[in-house]
Write a protein that binds this ligand. Sequence first.
Ligand SMILES: Nc1ncnc2c1ncn2[C@@H]1O[C@H](COP(=O)(O)OP(=O)(O)OP(=O)(O)O)[C@@H](O)[C@H]1O
Ligand SMILES: Cc1cn([C@H]2C[C@H](O)[C@@H](COP(=O)(O)O)O2)c(=O)[nH]c1=O
Length: 211
Amino acid sequence: MRGGRFISLEGGEGVGKSTQAQMLADALRGRGLAVLQTREPGGTRGAEAIRALLLDQQYDWDASAEALLFAAARSDHVTRAIRPALERGEWVVCDRFVDSSRAYQAGGDDLSDNAVLSLHTIGSYALMPDVTFLLQADGAEVAQRLAERDSDGADRIGAKSADYHLRVARRFRDLAAMDAERFVLIDASGSPHDVHGRILRALAPLLGEGG
Ligand SMILES: Nc1ncnc2c1ncn2[C@@H]1O[C@H](COP(=O)(O)OP(=O)(O)OP(=O)(O)O)[C@@H](O)[C@H]1O
Ligand SMILES: Cc1cn([C@H]2C[C@H](O)[C@@H](COP(=O)(O)O)O2)c(=O)[nH]c1=O
């Protein structure tokens, strides 16, 4: 019997995914559950090496090469870390997953959603999360957070144009609207504690806690 669940956190730059992934993993562990907390791109030695290539400003990957590299990193991550954890019955909390490729490489650039999903089928068994929390917050609030966090500069993708990031945000919203069973929209404004409370309330049915 499968005990664990696969949860992804998605959204634009600096909206609070990593903060919430940590708080959620801690809350699940506090309930006695075994949790793999991980991130994309990354989560395995090979995928972290690909992450460094993808985010380093010295490389100028075109859209196809970028999508292939994200898919290769995800393939290693799914095969070596995520699937084995789910098979052991663990919960997986993943900071970004394939919806980021759909929003950034397809929505931000102009690859098709089908192309990204085909790479996901080839590389990662078309594995999808059980629940995806899409964090959304006011642009000015997020810009303030990023100014404080990234005072020494954004990474290669974070540094893309404002128009690019608007297309990404729009695509995230479209994906959520197309798959309302899996996506849960989370208001990511307010304190980390407030946002965490919203996520836990949304997860309560899956945790058998009513609500
Ligand atoms: N609710 C919040 N209120 C204020 N600051 C926050 C909140 N959540 C996170 N932060 C801060 O904002 C910054 C970005 O948060 P975090 O790294 O969690 O976002 P992220 O979505 O994972 O970003 P990225 O996609 O760029 O990695 C961090 O400095 C973090 O401490
Ligand atoms: C998984 C994934 C990520 N990206 C982008 C989104 C961010 O700009 C970086 C990752 O940095 P973070 O600080 O860890 O959020 O990579 C992407 O374009 N496509 C993807 O599939």
